[in-house]
Design a protein around this ligand. Structure first.
Ligand SMILES: [Fe+2]
Ligand SMILES: [Fe+2]
Length: 470
């Protein structure tokens, strides 16, 4: 399935054959570009960046790397190849052929799912728009821009579905995706974490590690959808998403590597005066990004999630590989609950706990990265360990929202929370210290004081390659 680049909107969906749809998307395109120019990466519009672009959707060699200025990036519509005779793999329609059009009874729910996913994509571009100014290296600057253009492309992916399958409602929804803005008091983005600023690069790495990983799990759940165009779109998005999480995982690892080096060299935990970031500050940033990302999974028990599952709209992570009836009738799950003021579990119908189950899978995946980061510390002879706080810590959504939970999982009073939260979450001083380190480094191959170099460059280029021409 080669991508057609001869058209105004690159695509592998035979857009040229549908004149009405082409016209609709071509009239959305200038609005998108206006949004990019206004709220996408600040400055750098005229700089050439070494970026990858999709040329194919197959397993091998889908990406092409070259210099391009960001406004000239060819955002397009790429769906993974259809699986022949694909059948619905869960819910009440299990075993039936997948849908290539939207069933009337699921129109509202599907549009909502697509709009919520679509809303997160431009949101993160908006959140990250000032980071170019303070990039710790050209390599990192390029990675930031790669993430940004691909989030823009993910918006295109969702807008295609809205335009192609949802008529006038879908076109209005697509326009609204450009009208809400991250942190806008009047028209904010739909989900909390996407209205928080990403003011510095430590936040950026933790955002791409945790919040893009929420994206991974949401997209995985949608790749199982009975609505085949959604399944195929999200499959290809996941290929791009992997790089975003790589940026986060290796970014945090490089910060820790540098921290460990400075701790050893100066034989102290407090390395701020040597231009490094203390492990205690990294832990607080981790606590913040992890907890606000957990909120993205929605209510711990949810009738919406149950309906999406029963209808076949949104499955579980790796649904097809699970060994059960894929309908979850009569199945139960031990869900987190607050019982007499203590954290415990209660038995609930599994189908109502799907948000929490997706969150379980997410947490296990997050832990892998934390283990790798801790290996860097132990290999440097440092005994401090980073950890994921308890899932109830600092939550605004779900059963823990009405409680104050410490990182080690105890419910505490509001007074104790207020007294101790500066130990657990970044303080104004922590943030201003981190921000003081954010000075741009633009000489090829050089890194900021607080960051180790990456293990290798991008697409077999050396680390000192000119990833962005300034
Ligand atoms: Fe995305
Ligand atoms: Fe992403």
């Amino acid at each position: 399935m080669k991508v057609d680049y001869a058209t105004k909107i690159p695509n592998n969906v035979n857009l040229a054959e549908d004149r009405q749809l082409t016209r609709a998307l071509e009239s959305w395109q200038p609005k998108y570009l206006a949004w990019w120019n206004q709220l996408g990466p600040k400055d750098f519009a005229n700089n050439e960046v070494f970026l990858r672009t999709a040329i194919d959707v197959g397993q091998e060699g889908w990406a092409h790397f070259d210099y391009v200025t960001m406004p000239e990036y060819r955002w397009g519509i790429f769906l993974a190849e259809p699986k022949p005779d694909r059948r619905i793999s869960f819910g009440e329609h299990i075993g039936q052929p997948v849908w290539n059009e939207v069933p009337g009874e699921y129109r509202f729910d599907l549009r909502r799912l697509i709009a919520v996913q679509g809303d997160t994509e431009p949101a993160s571009v908006e959140q990250q728009r000032h980071l170019g100014k303070t990039a710790p290296s050209l390599y990192d600057l390029r990675n930031l821009f790669q993430v940004n253009v691909e989030e823009g492309r993910h918006l295109w992916a969702m807008v295609y579905l809205l335009h192609r399958y949802f008529g006038k409602d879908g076109r209005e929804e697509a326009d609204a995706l450009l009208e809400r803005h991250s942190g806008d008091p009047d028209r904010p983005r739909l989900l909390g974490a996407f209205n928080e600023p990403t003011p510095d690069w430590l936040s950026f790495y933790l955002f791409t590690y945790f919040t893009d990983r929420d994206g991974k799990f949401q997209l995985h759940a949608l790749t199982e959808s009975a609505f085949d165009p959604l399944a195929r779109t999200t499959q290809f998005m996941l290929k791009e998403e992997a790089h975003h999480m790589f940026v986060g995982a290796t970014g945090v690892a490089r910060v820790i590597q540098r921290t460990a080096e400075l701790m050893k060299k100066y034989d102290t935990d407090d390395i701020r005066q040597y231009g490094g970031i203390n492990l205690s500050i990294i832990q607080k940033y981790l606590n913040f990004h992890y907890s606000i990302t957990l909120d993205l999974f929605g209510g711990d028990t949810s009738s919406n999630a149950a309906n999406y599952y029963a209808s076949g709209l949104k499955g579980r992570f790796h649904e097809s590989e699970r060994k059960d009836d894929h309908r979850l009738l009569g199945s139960t799950y031990q869900a987190e609950a607050i019982i007499d003021g203590n954290i415990g579990t209660i038995e609930v119908p599994t189908i109502t706990a799907l948000n929490q189950i997706l969150q379980d899978d997410f947490i296990a995946d997050c832990q892998n990265g934390v283990d790798r980061w801790n290996r860097i510390l132990s290999e440097s002879g440092i005994h401090t360990k980073l950890y994921l706080p308890h899932r109830g810590f600092n939550r605004q959504v779900g059963i823990f929202a009405d409680y104050h939970v410490t990182p080690d999982g105890n419910i505490c009073t509001k007074d104790e929370w207020e007294l101790r939260k500066s130990e657990w979450l970044p303080t104004i001083d922590d943030r201003s210290f981190v921000s003081s380190l954010m000075v741009p480094v633009r000489e090829p191959g050089k890194m900021a004081s607080w960051l180790a170099p990456p293990a290798s460059g991008i697409a077999n280029r050396p680390i000192d390659f000119v990833y962005v021409k300034l």
